[in-house]
Design a protein around this ligand. Structure first.
Ligand SMILES: *[C@@H]1O[C@H](CO)[C@@H](O)[C@H](O)[C@H]1NC(C)=O
Ligand SMILES: *[C@@H]1O[C@H](CO)[C@@H](O)[C@H](O)[C@H]1NC(C)=O
Length: 129
């Protein structure tokens, strides 16, 4: 089985300026929160796993962040043309972990996603599959 590791960087307001929080999906069903210390020049210590949460279906593949709310939208690549996959909304409000807000069925084999706007301020999320 091949693995996919997708990293999404975000600056955490409460953390020190030299520490960044990263979010990564793993095809084994885990969404990781990582801590990157930019001041630590030792690659064995600079990046560490803060937590791992089993969420986003069987194959978490992609994270898209809504910067205004800090919510991550996680695509689950399981499923196919006939079997649905899922889309999970994750809160990043808690330090060092993600919390599941909502989970819905969506197209199978969902991968990267992007926001786009509609009429009257409506907002949508397009999911490639
Ligand atoms: C997912 O893979 C990571 C890295 O190999 C491992 O540490 C973790 O325990 C795995 N999680 C599950 C739920 O299998
Ligand atoms: C979709 O996945 C199901 C379950 O693995 C499988 O039985 C089915 O043949 C797949 N359909 C397509 C179109 O690949």
């Amino acid at each position: 089985m091949h693995t996919l590791l997708f990293l999404l960087a975000a600056t955490t307001a409460a953390a020190a300026a030299s520490t960044k929080t990263l979010y990564a999906t793993h095809y084994n069903g885990t969404v990781y929160t990582l801590s990157l210390n930019l001041d630590d020049k030792n690659p064995d210590h600079a990046l560490s796993i803060s937590s791992g949460k089993d969420t986003c279906g069987e194959m978490p593949s992609w994270l898209t962040v809504d910067r205004s709310t800090g919510v991550l939208y996680c695509s689950d690549e399981s499923g196919n043309l006939t079997v649905p996959g899922s889309l999970t909304a994750l809160s990043t409000a808690s330090q060092g972990t993600v919390e599941e807000i909502a989970k819905v069925e969506d197209v199978g084999a969902g991968v990267n996603s992007a926001f786009y706007g509609g009429e009257s301020g409506a907002a949508y999320l397009a999911v490639a599959h």
